[in-house]
Design a protein around this ligand. Structure first.
Ligand SMILES: CC(C)(COP(=O)(O)OP(=O)(O)OC[C@H]1O[C@@H](n2cnc3c(N)ncnc32)[C@H](O)[C@@H]1OP(=O)(O)O)[C@@H](O)C(=O)NCCC(=O)NCCS
Length: 144
């Protein structure tokens, strides 16, 4: 399964600055404590959507979320968030990072009631330059 998810991750993130996870990294992440992982199929042999999050005692974090380019704008990312939020404790703070120029993802997060709470300067490498990451957060109790 790690190989299949790694392939999906690579397809989804090309050409974005986030580094795709090779199968070895995917396997390691899936075995970390507190991990929640969700894959989504759409009548094809390979999955078209993936969300991996981590829950600790005080907070939950979305480590990655992606949907295949051929399956976008069908509500799959929203479905993945609904599954994750449904599985973590009510009232937990949910955080994520996103490149400032990733407008599609930022629109998704705003639609899910995330708000910008900070910024990591020069967080992502894009060729020879660097780009900031926004930190966005919401409470799990608010309505998706
Ligand atoms: C961002 C991403 C996960 C969205 O997946 P998706 O399945 O297409 O999103 P959904 O269909 O669930 O969209 C839910 C809402 O998010 C917003 N949204 C999603 N994609 C959008 C886009 N391209 N433009 C504007 N709004 C968008 C809309 O409000 C949308 O609701 P609507 O379709 O009813 O208007 C997908 O584009 C992707 O995988 N991108 C590459 C990987 C990536 O950037 N991951 C996030 C890294 S931080």
């Amino acid at each position: 399964m790690a190989e299949v998810l790694s392939e999906l991750h690579t397809i989804c993130f090309d050409p974005l600055p986030e580094t795709p996870w090779p199968a070895t990294a995917m396997r390691t992440i899936l075995r970390m404590p507190g991990i929640h992982s969700y894959a989504l199929w759409d009548c094809e042999p390979a999955p078209v959507g993936l969300l991996i999050g981590r829950e600790t005692r005080d907070e939950a974090e979305v480590l990655t979320v992606c949907v295949s380019p051929t399956a976008r704008r069908k509500g799959f990312a929203r479905d993945l968030f609904t599954a994750f939020i449904g599985d973590i404790a009510c009232g937990t703070r949910l955080v994520l990072e996103v490149a400032v120029d990733n407008k599609n993802a930022i629109e998704l997060y705003k639609s899910l009631k995330f708000q910008e709470v900070g910024r990591r300067p020069n967080y992502y490498r894009v060729g020879k330059s660097r780009i900031d990451a926004l930190i966005m957060a919401r409470q799990t109790a608010s309505v998706v």
